[in-house]
Design a protein. Structure first.
Length: 190
């Protein structure tokens, strides 16, 4: 259910695009993202930095699309989002020697060596850069309809496949059960 909630603006964008075209779809995507954000705020749900960035990018690029009546801006939106993710990970790694990818993963479940986290970070940086380039290629060399299909179905599929590959890679480096220290028993009660 949470996954459906997260992809709701994208799904609504696609449905509205097929039904009414790019400008209505863009307005629907902006409204859905802002309403989703507001709902999370009202419900007291934590809002990640990525969600802030995502809403900001859709409002700015979607707003430019609507105000200027130019669909090139909305076609740039996924690329900007991918490249912001890549830049964030890159800045963290190069300038702060941080592994910000590790901060978005559940710490209790993923105990991995630092070298594995570093390789994963670089893999995601390259992946996000490549996805941004691929979006630009499809967005500006094919029809708007082809780009919308790519944005919704192919991009999600590529991201899912890459995430699964990363999961397989991480699983190979997780400590085995005999390497994990057992939890200390609670002290006896008097």
């Amino acid at each position: 259910m949470k996954l459906l909630f997260e992809f709701l603006p994208l799904i609504l964008f696609f449905v509205a695009f097929k039904w009414q075209g790019i400008y209505i779809a863009t307005g629907v995507a902006i409204a859905a993202a802002v309403l989703q954000f507001a709902w999370m705020t009202v419900r007291g749900k934590p809002i990640s930095t990525m969600q802030w960035i995502s809403v900001g990018v859709i409002v700015v690029f979607g707003g430019a699309t609507l105000l200027l009546h130019d669909d090139r801006f909305i076609r740039w939106k996924p690329t900007v989002l991918y490249w912001v993710c890549a830049a964030t990970l890159l800045v963290g790694r190069v300038f702060f020697k941080a592994i910000w990818l590790q901060k978005v993963m559940p710490k209790e479940e993923l105990v991995l060596p630092e070298s594995v986290w570093i390789r994963l970070t670089w893999a995601w940086i390259v992946f996000f850069l490549a996805m941004g380039c691929l979006n630009l290629y499809v967005g500006f060399n094919y029809s708007l309809d082809t780009w919308a299909n790519f944005k919704v179905w192919w991009s999600m599929g590529i991201i899912l496949a890459f995430s699964l590959a990363q999961g397989v890679y991480m699983a190979r480096h997780l400590p085995s059960e005999d390497q994990v220290a057992p939890a200390s028993p609670p002290p006896p009660t008097p």
